[in-house]
Design a protein around this ligand. Structure first.
Ligand SMILES: [Zn+2]
Length: 538
């Protein structure tokens, strides 16, 4: 550590203004009361000491960025005499962050003695103030002028409010604007600013061939197929092992030098405490999560629609019955259902009377997931009266972005929550890997079933905070079988293990020749005949 601080001394020779000297001299502690230690986070040092007017940081999750910026904002208030506005997407994000991080930092460090930690939205020192504000907020807009705007989670914030706030720094000499966030999709706030920046990437040097390089996926990971635990980081050129020290002792280098905006890209490749195997494992998880939170990159979905091929490729003439049944029910005037085993789908169909569902339950005793919308009266009835029945709600889990599906406990028992767009991504991913097969015992609904999947589009939209996002939508509202399939998938997940979909290799898939088919009807005909079934005209 000593060397680093010494090296920095020449650049920041005024003790009063050097944030590093200040941190050392005052033994600045984190929110946990620990002395700040940058040993594993050398990449944060340049960011901490960068006083560029415009900074953008495109980052992965859990690298200590928010706390670093918080300390920097407190330093700017205390030592530089700046008024700073620090934003989060919502007021509740502000409350959570200030109470668990900022207030703890203030309490743990006597240097902030006079700064009050009582007021969540305002930290005042002398005539200087650090304001915290949600971009989606019930409190009055901040009318005061500021020297610096810091936008934490910029990509998930209300973009209009971020733009409006630019006027707050007009009167200031410094006019600072610092953005940092996990990216979401391309052309979001972070991506736009990043593309205008000097694009600093963390460069490392291979100890073997001495080649300077930026670590990327999948090139920088060497998977050991015989012993997965020995998966390691690798040099892109000579294949030598890249050690934790090599990753730790990298340096920032701009890919587009000379730009006004100072940009940094932080990925988990730079975190010495993250192993190659962990990154490899995450790469197999849901892709939006892997890009945004592991690689620190925007996720641009490539599968904008689900082709019939995706479904038909998973067709099998084999009997998928195992004696265990899982049922997904999409509720509307007409109810759509998908019934299957842990290996795949056996039956799809529609009904209008609830008594038909009772019949299905009597016949198969399935584990069931039923849509709780638009009206949960009946789904509640089934949850209360049948064993192994869950009602489904779509929801986002802000506390744990990794969670796509979670189960209600206590008085929420019998509820399954999932993140709508991400669980559809996951389902499609599972289909792409042929972990759900189709072995339908009748085909009267195949045409409609495929039509529903084909109506699905991934479209870019704005979430309720105005942030860029993407959403699965149906072009015609006819997507009931998609959701029935999704509920079937959740029912299988509920039975206990993610490994359920792991191995279905015992069922060989049958190749279906689709080249001559010009329409969904043709396709249905093709695969019916390929599997010795008669095709019903609808
Ligand atoms: Zn090398």
């Amino acid at each position: 550590m000593e060397e680093i601080f010494d090296a920095k001394k020449n650049e920041y020779n005024s003790d009063d203004l050097s944030i590093l000297t200040w941190i050392i001299n005052n033994n600045i502690k984190t929110e946990k009361g620990e002395i700040i230690d940058f040993k594993d986070r050398l990449f944060l040092l340049d960011i901490l000491t960068d006083w560029s007017q415009e900074i953008v940081i495109k980052k992965c999750a859990q690298i200590g960025g928010s706390v670093t910026f918080n300390i920097k904002a407190l330093f700017a208030t205390l030592k530089l005499g700046w008024n700073t506005i620090y934003t989060f997407p919502t007021d509740s994000d502000v409350n959570e962050f200030v109470n668990t991080k900022t207030n703890m930092i203030i309490r743990n460090n006597p240097v902030f003695g006079e700064m009050s930690s009582d007021n969540v939205q305002r930290k005042t020192l002398g005539d200087r103030t650090l304001f915290f504000k949600g971009t989606v907020s019930k409190t009055a807009a901040i009318m005061t002028t500021a020297d610096l705007l810091i936008h934490d989670e910029a990509s998930r914030s209300d973009q209009l409010v971020l733009d409006t706030m630019k006027s707050r720094v007009k009167a200031s000499k410094f006019k600072g604007r610092w953005l940092f966030s996990n990216p979401t999709t391309d052309k979001d706030a972070i991506d736009i600013a990043w593309n205008k920046s000097d694009k600093k990437e963390w460069h490392i040097v291979c100890g073997g061939c001495k080649t300077e390089q930026v670590m990327t996926f999948p090139e920088s990971i060497k998977v050991n197929k015989h012993d997965i635990s020995r998966t390691r980081y690798t040099c892109k050129v000579c294949d030598a092992m890249i050690t934790d020290d090599m990753r730790r002792n990298g340096y920032w280098k701009a890919l587009s030098p000379g730009k006004k905006i100072s940009g940094y890209h932080i990925s988990l490749f730079m975190a010495p405490w993250v192993t190659a195997k962990e990154i490899y494992d995450d790469s197999k998880a849901e892709q939006a999560y892997f890009y945004n939170f592991v690689l620190g990159e925007p996720y641009v979905p490539t599968d904008f629609e689900v082709s019939k091929r995706l479904i038909l490729d998973n067709w099998t003439p084999k009997d998928l019955r195992t004696g265990k049944y899982f049922l997904g029910v999409d509720v509307g005037n007409i109810k759509h259902y998908v019934l299957g085993s842990e290996y795949g789908i056996l039956k799809v169909g529609k009904f209008s009377k609830w008594s038909d569902l009772d019949e299905l339950i009597k016949l198969y005793s399935p584990v069931m997931v039923i849509d709780a919308m638009p009206d949960n009266t009946m789904s509640k009835y089934y949850v209360e009266n049948y064993r192994a029945t869950y009602m489904s709600y779509f929801k986002e889990n802000r506390d744990n972005p990794k969670l796509t599906v979670w189960w209600g406990t206590g008085d929420r028992r019998g509820i399954v929550y999932s993140n709508r767009n991400r669980v559809i991504d996951e389902l499609i991913d599972v289909l792409l890997r042929a972990k759900i097969l189709f072995g339908l015992d009748n085909h009267s609904e195949i045409y409609t079933y495929l039509k529903h999947w084909e109506s699905l589009r991934k479209v870019k939209s704005k979430d309720r905070h105005g942030a860029e996002t993407y959403e699965w939508e149906s072009t015609n509202g006819q997507d009931h079988f998609v959701f029935a399939t999704l509920y079937y998938y959740l029912a299988v997940l509920s039975s206990g293990s993610g490994s359920v979909f792991g191995e279905s290799t015992q069922f060989q898939q049958k190749e279906v020749q689709l080249n001559d088919a010009k329409s969904v009807e043709d396709l249905s005909r093709v695969f019916c005949s390929a599997n010795g079934m008669e095709y019903d005209e609808e």
